[in-house]
Design a protein around this ligand. Structure first.
Ligand code: NAD
Length: 375
């Protein structure tokens, strides 16, 4: 059992990181949290407003690749727990500009591992029970499944297909190696597609909700048959707390919602929820659905087998997909100022990952640029 006391959360201004910080501060009245985030196009300081006990939270604007900064934060705040979310996370952006994915996801993870090893093991000689490095990863490292293949387990071989998933796989391997080689007390978790509050408006679910409300076409990649396994982000945050405190060092845990849906089914469900909550003068939001060119190398199906975390840590998702989608649509209806402020950010509303390759962090991507849904 590990009891986190002084926690460094990387990528805390992003989608899952910010949900986790809200959840952690609400669940643990003694914990102190330092949020480290570079505030890239995906980071948003507003995601960390209204925290349950803001006096126990510090925000630091900085880069996980900055070794001197990471070293200083570990010592200054006597960090005993790192929860590592910071990453470039969008597959389409990784196709257009993979360099930043290697820098943050691989070199950034390496920088954090080295800093923790130096501070925890070499200098402070802290034992495995008192410190923990929790690396957050994805089911995409396992590659793609056929329609009848069994879901991914913790022992499924890695077979990443996109620059994003390859960079995440590389970081997972580094984390594993720091456990086996140096005995750094790490835990890993690989989760399926998250959804819920604070989801950045370039990802599929917010793109569909906001596009529907704006009366835009709702483009679907390919024929919409790609299947994803959806996990409500607040259920994920609870699972992460369990893995962090009760997971066995060196082990990985798959976290999934057992909610497989094709993209087309998912979009139709969102349209039906919107039809009920904010009816159009005539017709359905589903009338706005349109099919566009597929993503290169688009994985057909992801599915997580969460049997291990259920059996060993007693975790189960608390909401069904229908309940979670209903809550999510309501959150976007109630938080218009939040998403409007993000719509002018670089690349949002632009089709990335098709046509000529360039760096989406630096400039406009050539090739097709119509609006489209993206996971
Ligand atoms: P996100 O893109 O919303 O947030 C990433 C955050 O990291 C942003 O706030 C960004 O500013 C920050 N960041 C990026 N580069 C940084 C750097 N060099 N230094 C410091 N901060 C930096 O991502 P997310 O959806 O919240 O995902 C969080 C983690 O979960 C990622 O590691 C991702 O691979 C993993 N994951 C996400 C999903 C999902 O469905 N969203 C599914 C599986 C795994």
């Amino acid at each position: 059992m590990h009891i986190p006391r002084n926690v460094l959360v990387t990528g805390a201004a992003g989608f899952i990181g910010s949900n986790f910080v809200h959840h952690l501060l609400a669940q643990d009245a003694a914990v102190q949290v330092v949020s480290l985030d570079a505030l890239t196009y995906a980071g948003n300081r507003q995601n960390l407003e209204g925290l349950p006990d803001a006096a126990r939270h510090v925000f630091v604007h900085g880069d996980i690749c900055d070794a001197a900064l990471v070293d200083r934060l570990l010592r200054e705040h006597r960090i005993d727990t790192v929860v590592h979310f910071a990453a470039e996370s969008h597959v389409d952006r990784s196709i257009s500009g993979p360099g930043e994915f290697v820098r943050t996801n691989v070199t950034g993870t390496f920088t954090l591992l080295q800093a923790c090893r130096q501070y925890w093991q070499v200098e402070a000689a802290l034992g495995a029970a008192s410190v923990r490095f929790h690396h957050i990863s994805t089911d995409e490292v396992f590659g793609t499944l056929g329609p009848d293949d069994p879901a991914f387990t913790e022992s499924t071989p890695y077979a990443p297909n996109s620059p994003y998933s390859a960079s995440k796989a590389a970081s997972d391997h580094l984390v594993r190696a720091w456990f086996h080689t140096y005995g750094l007390p790490v835990v890993l978790s690989n989760c399926s597609n998250n959804y819920g509050p604070y989801h950045f408006p370039e990802k599929l679910i917010p793109v569909i909700i906001l596009g529907a409300l704006a009366g835009r076409p709702l483009p679907i990649y390919g024929d919409g048959s790609n299947v994803r396994d959806w996990l409500y982000v607040e259920d994920h945050a609870e699972a992460l707390l369990l893995v962090l405190s009760r997971g066995a060092p060196g082990e990985s845990y798959n976290i999934g919602g057992e909610n497989e849906r094709s993209n087309l089914e998912l979009v139709r469900t969102l349209c039906a929820i919107l039809d009920a909550k904010r009816p159009k003068p005539s017709g359905s939001y589903a009338d706005q659905i349109t099919f566009v060119a597929d993503r290169p190398g688009h994985d057909a199906r992801y599915a997580i087998d969460p049997a291990r975390i259920a059996r060993e840590l007693g975790w189960r998702p608390s909401v069904t997909l229908d309940e979670g989608l209903e809550r999510t649509v309501q959150w976007y209806l109630d938080n218009e100022a939040w998403w409007r402020a993000l719509q002018s950010r670089q690349g949002v509303g632009t089709r990335l990952g098709v046509g000529a390759v360039s760096d989406p962090h630096r400039g406009t991507v050539s090739g097709a640029n119509r609006r489209s849904p993206e996971e």
